[in-house]
Design a protein around this ligand. Structure first.
Ligand code: CP3
Length: 355
């Protein structure tokens, strides 16, 4: 028996998964929402001539695009290249992702009759390419892979509005006018998200993130009544898998406690609140993720560095902290800045973090 040249990396012991579980870490782990795609020239190159949804259906492309930011930036986790609306299309909803616009639904949902257009997701038949990509990825990756899904409110908003919305007024009107229909709609969306997430974990994803990007449009009372039950259904349905569950939305300062109560292990804090105040609102027993303002990455490096240090300083006493942006990477971001942020987070936190 000579010395082994095979380096075994136990992902379960990675800084990212340890921080999610609120265990001591050698340094603060960092990844970026929308790190795959958006800012990388090699992404734009490989996507040339292939539509967004078509690229999500090709395991070779998904694998390469997911790996690109891991290689270039040195982040502590990968996020699967896909989109929150992909499962909706897979169950037969006519929709497309329009460049520079986002998801567009051909025939928006206008009433209870439309709910039957959502059948359950059968991942093996409907989205086999997702699990295949995950299996390819976990063979390549030395860091954990994060699977994800869209939360019921955010998906419902795309279905009802037909696309992006500032006010989510039609969605809220549906919700207020027909609470029973709304409950059924969000329950079906929860089951689609749950099936999708379970399939990603079974194929090898080490953590999951539920994106309720637009939940910040709701008051805490409306969130508790109309959204929490369906999101709770998803988190409860994942409990037996034992992977960290992350929950994120934008403008959710008033909702952070409830988003934790939905059953998340890690709550994402966007850029509207300092991370320590966000953690206070989340409450004990959960880790937090965030929250450098993505727009700050467009400023001179001294500004980026000062703001990165400020997030780390504020997070110092917290039980578990995963460094991230307060929302996704902006397309105009210089990838070199992201790489420097990763280095800074690692070096600064390694000096001060508990082991
Ligand atoms: O984070 C990652 O890099 C992984 C891949 C990922 C994408 N979408 C790829 C994508 C993830 C995690 C998502 C989630 C997603 N999709 C969310 C939640 C996260 C958030 O940002 O709040 C939402 C709301 C969507 C819906 C959606 N899809 C929007 C609003 C857009 C942007 C439209 C635009 O061009 O500005 C998309 C398209 C999309 N999804 C792109 C990518 C890389 C850009 C498409 C392209 O490059 O052609």
């Amino acid at each position: 028996m000579g010395p082994s040249l095979i380096v075994t990396t136990d992902l379960n012991d990675s800084a990212f998964l340890r921080a999610c579980r609120r265990e001591p870490v050698p340094y603060t782990p960092v990844w970026f929402m929308r790190q795959a795609g958006r800012a990388l020239p090699e992404y734009r190159e490989i996507r040339r001539g292939v539509s967004m949804l078509d690229s999500c259906m090709r395991p070779d492309l998904v694998t390469e695009i997911t790996l690109q930011p891991v290689r270039r930036l040195g982040v502590d986790a990968a996020i699967l290249f896909s989109d929150i609306v992909l499962p909706l299309r897979a169950v037969g909803v006519g929709l497309d992702i329009v460049p520079g616009v986002g998801p567009v639904v051909a025939e928006p949902f206008r009433g209870p009759a439309d709910i039957d257009r959502l059948r359950p997701l059968e991942p093996d038949e409907d989205v086999p390419y997702v699990a295949e990509a995950v299996r390819l990825l976990v063979k390549e990756l030395a860091v954990p892979l994060i699977g994800f899904a869209g939360a019921p409110f955010t998906l419902a908003s795309y279905l009802v509005e037909g696309g992006a919305s500032k006010t989510h007024a039609r969605t809220k009107a549906f919700m207020y006018a027909d609470p029973a229909g709304w409950a059924l709609l969000t329950e079906r969306l929860a089951d689609i998200a749950l099936a999708s997430l379970r399939a990603q974990v079974h194929a090898g994803a080490s953590a999951v993130q539920l994106f309720d990007s637009w939940a910040g449009a709701l008051s805490a009372a409306d969130y508790a009544t109309y959204v929490l039950p369906a999101s709770r259904r998803i988190f409860a349905g994942l409990a037996d898998l034992g992977v960290p569950r992350i929950h994120f939305g934008v403008g959710t300062g008033e909702l952070l406690g409830l988003m934790g109560e939905a059953g998340a292990d890690v709550v994402g804090v966007d850029f509207h609140l300092p991370i320590d105040e966000g953690a206070r609102r989340v409450g004990p027993g959960r880790a937090v993720q965030g929250n450098l303002d993505p727009a700050a990455c467009l400023a001179p490096w001294e500004v980026v560095a000062a703001r990165t240090r400020d997030v780390l300083d504020r997070a110092k006493g917290l039980e578990g902290h995963v460094f991230n942006l307060g929302h996704g990477v902006l397309p105009e971001t210089d990838p070199d800045v992201l790489e420097r942020v990763v280095d800074l987070v690692h070096t600064e936190s390694a000096r001060t973090t508990t082991r």
